[in-house]
Design a protein around this ligand. Sequence first.
Ligand SMILES: CC(C)(COP(=O)(O)OP(=O)(O)OC[C@H]1O[C@@H](n2cnc3c(N)ncnc32)[C@H](O)[C@@H]1OP(=O)(O)O)[C@@H](O)C(=O)NCCC(=O)NCCS
Length: 326
Amino acid sequence: MKRAVTIMLPSGCLLEFSGGLNNVYHSTILTLVYPALKVDDGLGYLVMNKKKTVGGTSVGTHVSQADICRGLQALGLQSGDLVVTHSSLSSFGYVEGGAAAVVDALLETVGTAGTLIMPSHTGLGKYDFGAYDPSKTPVRKAIGAIPDTFWRRPGVRRGNYPPRHPWAAKGPLASPLIEYSEGHPIAAGHCLDILVAVADLGGYVLLLGCMNRNNTSMHSAQVTAFNELEDACKPKREFLRSSPKRPEDFDAVDQPLRHAGAVEITRIGDAVIQLMRSRDLFDVVKKMYISHYRTAGGNESILEDIPDPDGIRGCYAGLMQTLKRH
Ligand SMILES: CC(C)(COP(=O)(O)OP(=O)(O)OC[C@H]1O[C@@H](n2cnc3c(N)ncnc32)[C@H](O)[C@@H]1OP(=O)(O)O)[C@@H](O)C(=O)NCCC(=O)NCCS
């Protein structure tokens, strides 16, 4: 059953408690901002819809590149870090310099010793190999303006394939990680992938004004939990068919993450920013898998072995050895 309640705050913000997620233009986890409100009381999802412009003039908080750098540093992100970012530009309010300023702030924070990774996914189909040109094909709208700005930067390595789900990265670990993500057609998309590698290398996931439903590492964490606990190497697509995959299932990780002290949260402008160690996310998802997913359908699926899982694991172990020397 869908229920919705809308409240006007004194600031003029509209708070909407809603079970439906369609048409949500700008969403922020309000419990983080207004801790007195509860998300777990059966109302469903707590989102904030906020108008950013009135008559063409920005009414959001103005944010500069320096503000973003300060916010990221306050969260604990520092030079040399490896970080995967998912983002919403409009969540900040009004960013002086737009998406380019956010990209600059991220690159400045991790420095030349750090590696920044973003999804660079396109609007193409899975098998549109001929149509994809990594130097021309734009990132699709649902991935956002910040990743679409990032891959165009000099020195960014963007995957040559897959045509629908390439990644882009800049920094010392960029090339080996992108090569791995595009390399082995099975290893890249299934039981081990670039996001598992980020967890194994001590990297972070950074959510800039978006939520865990946008956190692709959740997919990899689920597959990893399955592989560890069921001791099977299972194609990711088969696993995902059988496991919770609605956006709201992914947001269910919010509270366990907070309880585990595994997520640092701040605000930059109007945006809620979350930083988590990828490894911590994987651990929390594993616990959730044991207590919930395993009984919620994960064990109903048909096991389907992939060809040569040992070869994939061997290839992955080799990659980790090389990268850990960096
Ligand atoms: C879908 C999603 C990208 C939408 O966020 P958004 O903030 O509305 O859109 P973008 O980040 O693309 O930013 C563009 C918007 O910012 C706004 N904008 C433009 N200039 C701006 C500025 N200087 N400052 C602030 N906002 C600005 C505009 O409204 C623009 O939208 P428009 O082009 O339709 O007018 C976001 O909610 C999301 O899901 N991000 C994560 C995606 C992801 O990584 N998914 C996982 C897949 S692997």
